[in-house]
Design a protein around this ligand. Structure first.
Ligand SMILES: [Zn+2]
Length: 198
């Protein structure tokens, strides 16, 4: 049975669809909006609209940008010979927050996963090959050391074997099964520094 008027029940169910928002948090958020000033609610709505209408993925690396090319790709001071391959934008941001990596990135979007029936699409593979062709000397796999991550690393190494490029992966220090985004900058930095060839 619904305890709230229908518009509030709708809003609760919309909030509950968001990641990490449980039913109780969704309820709290929805109710808090009822008592919020119109101005605040409107600027919240506007912020969501703006994100949806302006932010997209960089056509080169997959990072988020409100232009065509992201700030990392357009930064000429960064080393284009070093290409760090990550699963997601969240992982890219985690490495950026560590503050020390001065190369460029490539976002895969997902890892290989037979269980979830996920593959790396031909579009992603072709894009990666084109990046590597373009003067990359080292590809650093900064992928979570899960089974999927290991499989993806082996697959990428295989895909890139036709190129004269060194493939490395970040060191342990990231526990097996750990997700990069949850590690602090120092741990990530150390893992990047201690990378080894595969
Ligand atoms: Zn980019």
């Amino acid at each position: 049975m619904d305890y709230y008027p229908e518009p509030i029940e709708n809003l609760i169910s919309e909030f509950a669809k968001l990641p990490s928002i449980g039913k109780r948090s969704a309820e709290r958020l929805a109710i808090s909006l009822v008592f919020e000033d119109d101005d605040k609610v409107n600027s919240f709505i506007e912020a969501i609209r703006l994100v949806k209408s302006t932010v997209k993925q960089c056509t080169i690396c997959g990072n988020l940008t409100d232009g065509e090319i992201c700030s990392v790709c357009s930064d000429r001071s960064r080393n284009g010979k070093l290409l760090c391959v990550v699963e997601s934008v969240k992982d890219l941001i985690a490495i950026e927050k560590s503050g020390e990596f001065r190369g460029k990135y490539f976002v895969l979007g997902n890892l290989l996963s037979p269980i979830k029936n996920l593959e790396l699409s031909d579009i992603v593979i072709d894009k990666l090959k084109n990046r590597v062709k373009d003067g990359v000397e080292e590809v650093i796999l900064a992928i979570s050391p899960t089974i999927e991550g290991e499989m993806t690393g082996i697959f990428i190494k295989e895909v890139l074997k036709e190129f004269d490029v060194v493939v490395t992966k970040i060191a342990s220090g990231i526990p097996v099964g750990g997700n990069l985004e949850y590690f602090d900058g120092d741990t990530l930095f150390k893992a990047l520094e201690d990378r080894r060839e595969i």
